[in-house]
Design a protein around this ligand. Structure first.
Ligand SMILES: [Zn+2]
Length: 398
């Protein structure tokens, strides 16, 4: 069995050992066997291993879990971004521009983009990345988007209900029928999740409920884009359906926060309880659309489980950087650095209903990030600086 000792860790974030939320250990070591964490403890008691990496007192944390990304697309929308920065509002309408370019692209062009962005994220510490479809919006292009996404990630999401494509603009009911029927049938073999953009100008609550119910019946887990551009019923629909995550959560009523906070289950982990539906915040979208940020403090103070993700997409958030999202969460959403790092690791894992990632405890996947810094605090304290010195994924140094 191949073994690797990551040794001389100044500050180890485990997200699972001890009473503090980040489960911090100092002067620690992690033993990796094959693709799993086999042992965590003081450097002084570290067992022997075939290979050893001395990180020289640096901080080590679980690899980031980016639970919300749209990587299968063609073209870019830099001009739209520039227009927004010059004062034009964001409406979500630009999605159709990307749909045209995506349909016209070859499989290899799409594959190259997915791999480029996935590689970019990996170098910034992301060891798990969810990938959505949603720029094909017909049976063949949604199916191939997911087929290509599945080459790179097991966390794939069918988002045929991203917007109603232009050819169905005056008959949205027919489009919903297509999504629930042949499109879902073609997409489901490559998808783990189903998602809907539940928003004015995209899909209303009845259409969203119908589509998500079809996805559930086909064995897919539920997640949705909700309450991004304005108040709406999306968050409460997500809680009603037992969604793993409701994403964006920028415009929430008290009832939305109550619904998220009251839906709890007991857990064997050291935290004791979690909310069933995670609120995933995507501050890259507010940054890139110059919009007000979600009120993370309100959600955290109510006891809601919060995740952070990039929303990487060519229109409203073209970043693959979890460290950037952590810095935004701390500076703009009043999360503490500890809350932001937890949300970007263990929180993302919860949003994907995974307990084998986002933590560094025995049995977890050996996904580790070594920082070029003595503490996780530097992720927010030194924004824009490439602090990811080394990434280990599935026990393999990258
Ligand atoms: Zn999104």
């Amino acid at each position: 069995m191949s073994s690797l000792l990551v040794d001389n860790i100044g500050e180890l974030v485990t997200n699972g050992i001890g009473a503090d939320p980040l489960g911090i250990r100092r002067k620690a070591a992690v033993l990796v066997e094959e693709d799993r964490v086999a042992w965590v403890g003081p450097s002084a008691y570290a067992p022997a291993a075939e290979h050893r990496i001395d990180v020289g007192g640096a901080a080590v944390l679980p690899g980031f879990v980016d639970s919300h990304a749209h990587l299968v697309f063609a073209g870019d929308r830099a001009a739209e971004f520039a227009a927004r920065m010059a004062g034009e509002p964001y409406t979500g309408g630009g999605i159709r521009t990307t749909v045209g370019a995506t349909r016209a692209a070859t499989d290899d062009e799409l594959r190259t983009t997915v791999r480029r962005l996935r590689g970019e994220a990996l170098r910034q510490g992301t060891t798990t990345m969810e990938i959505k479809s949603g720029y094909g919006l017909n049976v063949a292009d949604e199916a191939r988007s997911l087929r290509i996404a599945a080459e790179t990630s097991s966390e794939t999401t069918f988002l045929g209900a991203h917007v109603v494509p232009a050819e169905y603009a005056d008959r949205p009911d027919d489009y919903v029928g297509l999504v629930c029927g042949p499109m879902l049938a073609a997409a489901a073999p490559y998808a783990k999740w189903i998602d809907v953009f539940c928003e004015r100008g995209a899909f209303d609550v009845d259409h969203a409920r119908a589509i998500l119910a079809c996805g559930q019946a086909a064995g897919l887990g539920v997640r949705l884009h909700a309450n991004q551009l304005g108040p709406g019923p999306g968050v409460q629909l997500g809680v009603e359906l037992g969604a793993a995550s409701v994403d964006h959560c920028t415009h929430l009523s008290d009832a939305d926060v109550d619904a998220l906070a009251s839906n709890r289950f007991d857990c064997m982990c050291h935290e004791g309880a979690h909310t069933t539906t995670v609120a995933t915040l995507l501050p890259g979208a507010e940054f890139s659309t110059r919009s007000p940020y979600p009120d993370a403090r309100r959600l955290l103070d109510a006891g809601v489980t919060v995740a952070l993700a990039t929303d990487c997409n060519p229109g409203s958030s073209y970043t693959s950087s979890m460290p950037f999202c952590i810095a935004l969460a701390v500076r703009e959403m009043r999360m503490t650095p500890a809350e932001a790092v937890w949300a970007a690791t263990a929180g993302g894992a919860r949003a994907l209903r995974r307990d084998d990632i986002g933590v560094l405890t025995p049995g977890a996947r050996a996904d580790l990030v070594v920082l070029d810094a003595p503490s996780y605090l530097h992720l927010a304290y030194r924004p824009g600086v490439p602090l990811i010195r080394q990434v280990i994924r599935n026990g393999v140094p990258q």
